[in-house]
Design a protein around this ligand. Structure first.
Ligand SMILES: [Mg+2]
Length: 165
């Protein structure tokens, strides 16, 4: 289970992360920062990320393979984005430019999926934060993951919407 569970990226108490000495925030892209129907970050998200950059290094780690969309996001907002990350494997992590500058306990992963984002954080002993997904995914693999998530939630006596920190 994740160390923290919040409704969305705006509900996360980032000061608490700062106090925990977290230095690197690794955000998932789809359904965490953006829904799949958009190819730019909205202004509220950009404002938050810009604010966070003052206290943390911020990168995006995504399993997406849609290159054009990533180019659009990058052209619109200056941030390091790693694609084809193959989460929950460590393949994408290794591509993060400054990852070696941080120890495990200085890194947090924020994402909407237990089986990719949170699993990646857990296997590396990073801090993990689950957020609710923005829209229901139509991709088959995600739909299967969601069913498994339901079982994990149930097994741990947790409910969607019962947020904690
Ligand atoms: Mg996601």
């Amino acid at each position: 289970m994740p160390d923290m569970y919040k409704q969305d990226i705006f509900a996360i108490p980032y000061n608490l992360l700062k106090n925990l000495n977290i230095k690197l925030l690794i955000f998932d892209l789809d359904n965490t920062l953006i829904d799949k129907n958009h190819d730019t970050l909205n202004s509220q998200t950009k404002t938050l990320l810009t604010k966070l950059k003052k206290d943390f290094e911020v990168v995006i780690l995504s399993n997406t393979v849609r290159k054009n969309r990533i180019t659009k996001i990058k052209n619109d907002y200056d941030i390091e984005i790693i694609t084809k990350a193959l989460k929950p494997t460590n393949a994408g992590l290794k591509k993060i430019k400054n990852i070696k500058n941080y120890s495990k306990n200085q890194i947090a992963i924020i994402g909407d999926q237990l089986l990719t984002d949170i699993a990646l954080a857990k296997r590396n002993k990073f801090y993990s934060i689950l957020v609710d997904y923005q829209i229901k995914d139509i991709e088959k693999i995600t739909a299967i993951n969601r069913q498994i998530e339901k079982l994990i939630f149930k097994k741990n006596k947790l409910k969607r919407g019962d947020y904690y920190e």
